[in-house]
Design a protein around this ligand. Structure first.
Ligand SMILES: Cc1cc2nc3c(=O)[nH]c(=O)nc-3n(C[C@H](O)[C@H](O)[C@H](O)COP(=O)(O)OP(=O)(O)OC[C@H]3O[C@@H](n4cnc5c(N)ncnc54)[C@H](O)[C@@H]3O)c2cc1C
Length: 347
């Protein structure tokens, strides 16, 4: 059994969501070998690599070693994110010539926008089924027994995935990222996939500046703003607070519907799922569709004029007050400490 894990990086480090995917992939490879009656030896002595990372660009070998990944395929020749081209490269790895015995049996990716998009393309290219947002996967010898999130995590579905190669993404808030017991010696294999012009028709040509490299999905601090912020201009203090804490701004759907902020910043069922250490929800009522996107936050602080708003009862700490007074006071207090290191380090 060979398990490939697509690894996403941010500023040269593996993203939190990909560390979770690597953890599930490692467990799947170990259990798959055990089910095949082989020693759970992840370094390939049973015939070819059994667990391998796939990275587009420079591979973060130290992080991969810590997670016990013995092989990494470093794909070159694709400038930036290009979903179909990334999928084409994975397809090449799944059916290697001239060593078909090295063929993959599962491809795991993070349940991020990119992970889901690339594996959906891979499914379309190969005709293989794909299961998104899995929280567990066990090889029972013929099929994969999977548990996966449906309805934005409100429902857990148990299913059997029967396919020669299983394609699955890992929910971004379910599996804890756990390093391996032992460091692996990482072997890097260079891959230059053969691409058609159409594979590069869709690609990201620029990344929005000003986030310090952190994306909404991976930020350790998210400052959330809802209808209570009142206007597009009202977000300036929230932006300043986010910068002081080394975080990013996230918003409710009302805010994107009003055109105050772009949809890329929406948190929730139809937005991004976030898993920060701190989510500061300002002027957000806490509708179930919003909670679906922020329930993975380790700590929630809510600021709201209404003490009975659902977000106030979901929060670990709640401030009953006007955000237009509380946020500037917080900003002023933090500015005084700005000479020191960030209160929450960016992870
Ligand atoms: C299919 C579907 C999908 C959806 N997906 C999403 C999604 O992904 N994400 C999402 O967010 N929503 C989503 N929604 C919308 C969701 O149901 C809510 O309408 C939305 O989240 C409400 O946004 P809000 O909390 O900003 O606004 P409101 O519900 O209007 O709440 C505003 C809050 O601000 C407080 N407030 C007002 N003034 C102040 C002040 N000065 N200081 C402090 N507090 C103040 C109020 O007390 C209130 O609690 C979805 C809805 C549907 C039907």
């Amino acid at each position: 059994m060979t398990v490939f894990c697509l690894v996403e990086t941010d500023d040269g480090a593996i993203t939190d969501a990909s560390l979770r995917a690597l953890t599930l992939a490692r467990e799947l490879a170990a259990k798959g070998l055990a089910a095949d009656g082989l020693a759970a030896d992840a370094n390939g002595s049973n015939g070819g690599p059994v667990l391998a990372a796939v990275v587009f660009g420079d591979p973060p070998t130290a992080d991969l070693a810590a997670y016990g990944i013995p092989d990494v395929y470093a794909v070159s020749g694709i400038d930036g994110y290009a979903p179909q081209a990334w999928a084409r490269a994975l397809d090449e790895l799944l059916s290697p010539e001239p060593a078909p015995e090295m063929a993959g049996h599962a491809v795991v990716a993070a349940g991020t926008d990119r992970g889901n998009e690339v594996l959906a393309h891979l499914g379309a290219i190969t005709g293989l089924p794909m299961a998104a947002n899995c929280t567990a996967a066990v090889d029972n010898g013929g099929a994969l027994e999977i548990t996966r999130q449906r309805w934005a995590g409100l429902l857990l579905e148990e299913a059997l995935l029967e396919a020669p190669v299983a394609l699955l993404t890992v929910a971004t808030d379910a599996v804890s990222p756990v390093p391996a017991n032992e460091l692996a010696a990482v072997a890097v294999h260079a891959v230059a996939p053969v691409l058609a012009e159409g594979d590069l028709a869709v690609r990201a040509v620029e990344t929005s500046a000003g986030t310090g490299g952190a994306s909404l999905a991976t930020a350790r601090v998210v400052i959330g703003g809802g209808r209570g912020v009142g206007s597009a201009e009202g977000f300036a203090p929230l932006e300043e607070l986010a910068a002081l804490l080394g975080g990013v701004v996230g918003v409710s759907r009302v805010v994107t519907s009003e055109g105050w902020r772009p949809h890329t910043q929406q948190v929730g069922q139809t937005g991004t799922k976030i898993t920060p250490d701190l989510y500061l929800a300002c002027g957000i009522s806490g509708a179930i569709q919003h909670i679906a996107g922020c329930s993975g936050a380790k700590n929630i602080i809510a600021i709201n004029t209404d003490p009975d708003a659902p977000m106030m009862t979901r929060a670990d700490y709640a401030v009953v007050g006007n955000l237009h007074e509380v946020i500037p006071a917080l900003v002023a207090a933090l500015r005084e400490r700005a000479a020191g290191p960030p209160v929450f380090p960016v992870g």
